[in-house]
Design a protein around this ligand. Structure first.
Ligand SMILES: *[C@@H]1O[C@H](CO)[C@@H](O)[C@H](O)[C@H]1NC(C)=O
Ligand SMILES: *[C@@H]1O[C@H](CO)[C@@H](O)[C@H](O)[C@H]1NC(C)=O
Ligand SMILES: *[C@@H]1O[C@H](CO)[C@@H](O)[C@H](O)[C@H]1NC(C)=O
Ligand SMILES: *[C@@H]1O[C@H](CO)[C@@H](O)[C@H](O)[C@H]1NC(C)=O
Ligand SMILES: *[C@@H]1O[C@H](CO)[C@@H](O)[C@H](O)[C@H]1NC(C)=O
Ligand SMILES: *[C@@H]1O[C@H](CO)[C@@H](O)[C@H](O)[C@H]1NC(C)=O
Ligand SMILES: *[C@@H]1O[C@H](CO)[C@@H](O)[C@H](O)[C@H]1NC(C)=O
Ligand SMILES: *[C@@H]1O[C@H](CO)[C@@H](O)[C@H](O)[C@H]1NC(C)=O
Ligand SMILES: *[C@@H]1O[C@H](CO)[C@@H](O)[C@H](O)[C@H]1NC(C)=O
Ligand SMILES: *[C@@H]1O[C@H](CO)[C@@H](O)[C@H](O)[C@H]1NC(C)=O
Ligand SMILES: CC(=O)N[C@H]1CO[C@H](CO)[C@@H](O)[C@@H]1O
Length: 358
């Protein structure tokens, strides 16, 4: 009972002697208005204050104190206009209040990119406020704002970490109170990004310079690390390939799905041999066993015939440098070491890798 009611009732209880109590009828009748005030205060003010102000405040506070942890995010069936998204997450609370959170529609947006344009609308299932509550969902996602999704993918690809906010209005039901309280569910999570696929490696043993029938003259196994907890299906990806600021060809990776951890893929490329051999013969590369700083930048992403601009434009936003030990590969595959100053007259500059073969 709050102080308000106590003070109202105190007067009525002032005389607590047994004999006098019997006279309650008279006493109570005399002070009927005090009881009435107390009852009115309790019913009209205290109960509603508790139910309408205190409980909702506590409910909102509990929601605000909860932590949302992203355990995994998987993007599949990527098409031009839609995709399938799966999320494994955990809501962590202190578990002190037993409350159920109703299902709700939430939006996801980049916290550090204004305006806060949602890149996805997610249907969150109903949850209980257990101390650890798994919230896993899989849903079809029509792409409503391709630009916002592209910006998210760009940040995911480029940044070391990124902050994503999940927000939606929902209701909470506290056990013991048959009433729904509106609350706002708003959580910002910090997730690791792919950091420009930093650490992508190509080993000279994994390189083949044998030309194929499709005009590819470079073929290698590459290991692409994915530091994030995100997995996405890209499909057939092509990249612009630059060497010292000049475009020297196109790189292809087929059926690419980037998963957390190490991704082992075959890449092939059409590379202008002359440009490469020229650089191999130039300092400092000829002194560094011909490890060349190739740069790649996304060109196209096509999955089962559907172009995916939200990935292609994200991959096109930045250049990524990959150190390729091509000098070693030339030596290993062709038995030729390009010395500083090049191969001289009639050398590789004119003939290229394929020329060197014969
Ligand atoms: C969610 O967890 C299940 C079970 O561990 C796993 O099979 C599934 O791939 C996960 N999904 C996501 C989106 O991380
Ligand atoms: C998904 O998008 C593709 C085009 O990108 C469209 O052909 C297909 O009908 C869409 N699927 C649904 C279920 O809307
Ligand atoms: C839900 O995701 C968690 C990981 O967050 C996983 O451990 C659990 O097995 C998943 N449950 C189901 C039913 O997929
Ligand atoms: C994330 O990367 C983008 C460029 O792709 C950059 O503009 C932005 O400032 C970065 N954000 C954070 C928080 O690092
Ligand atoms: C790449 O090279 C390997 C080994 O030489 C070969 O088996 C494979 O068919 C080649 N792939 C392409 C696309 O050329
Ligand atoms: C990538 O590198 C090429 C060649 O140096 C340059 O022309 C292009 O502007 C760069 N693109 C980006 C997005 O940095
Ligand atoms: C890509 O997937 C298609 C269809 O599943 C398959 O035919 C093709 O051989 C795959 N290519 C590579 C390089 O894995
Ligand atoms: C990559 O995968 C191929 C085929 O599965 C395998 O032969 C090769 O050893 C793998 N490379 C690395 C470095 O794991
Ligand atoms: C990638 O291209 C190859 C050859 O054109 C094709 O067989 C394969 O189905 C394509 N893969 C995807 C995922 O679109
Ligand atoms: C070229 O390859 C041979 C045999 O693998 C090796 O002995 C030699 O050191 C290599 N030369 C250079 C400059 O890397
Ligand atoms: C979640 C996960 O497996 N992340 C891995 C992504 O790839 C890096 C390698 O660069 C691993 O160290 C992470 O553990």
């Amino acid at each position: 009972m709050s102080d308000v009611d106590k003070s109202a009732v105190t007067q009525a209880e002032n005389s607590s002697d047994k004999p006098r109590r019997r006279g309650c009828l008279g006493h109570c009748a005399k002070f009927w208005w005090a009881y009435l005030i107390a009852v009115v205060v309790i019913v009209v003010i205290v109960v509603p204050v508790v139910l309408l102000v205190a409980v909702p405040k506590i409910a909102q506070q509990k929601i605000d104190d909860a932590e949302l942890i992203l355990d995994g995010l998987v993007v599949t069936n990527t098409q031009t206009q839609n995709l399938t998204i799966a999320i494994n997450s955990t809501i962590k609370t202190d578990g002190s209040v037993h409350a159920d959170i109703a299902a709700f529609d939430g939006v996801m947006y980049l916290e550090d990119h204004e305006p806060h344009t949602p890149f996805a609308k997610i249907k969150f299932p109903a949850t209980t406020a257990d101390a650890l509550q798994a919230v896993n969902l899989t849903q079809f996602l029509p792409i409503e704002d391709v630009e916002a999704l592209t910006v998210f993918n760009t940040w995911l690809l480029a940044n070391e970490t990124l902050r994503v906010t999940v927000e939606g209005d929902t209701h909470v039901r506290v056990s013991g109170i048959a009433r729904d309280y509106p609350v706002t569910f708003k959580k910002t999570i910090t997730m690791p990004g792919l950091k420009m696929l930093d650490g992508t490696v190509v080993n000279p043993d994994w390189i083949s310079l044998k030309p194929d029938d499709n005009g590819n003259n470079f073929n290698a196994t590459t290991i692409i690390p994915n530091r994030s907890r995100v997995s996405f299906e890209l499909g057939n990806v092509t990249f612009h390939n630059y060497l010292l600021g000049e475009e020297v060809g196109t790189v292809y990776i087929d059926n690419l799905t980037l998963r957390p951890g190490m991704n082992n893929y075959t890449m092939r490329a059409t590379i202008e041999n002359n440009a490469v051999i020229k650089v191999l013969g130039a300092k400092p590369y000829c002194e560094e066993k011909g490890v060349l700083p190739f740069q790649i930048r996304g060109k196209t992403v096509v999955n089962n015939g559907q172009s995916l601009p939200y990935f292609a434009d994200a991959l096109a936003a930045h250049n990524q440098t990959i150190q390729i030990p091509i000098g070693d590969a030339v030596n290993k595959s062709l038995g030729v070491v390009i010395p500083c100053g090049g191969l001289g007259n009639g050398g590789g500059e004119k003939r290229g890798f394929s020329g060197l073969l014969f």
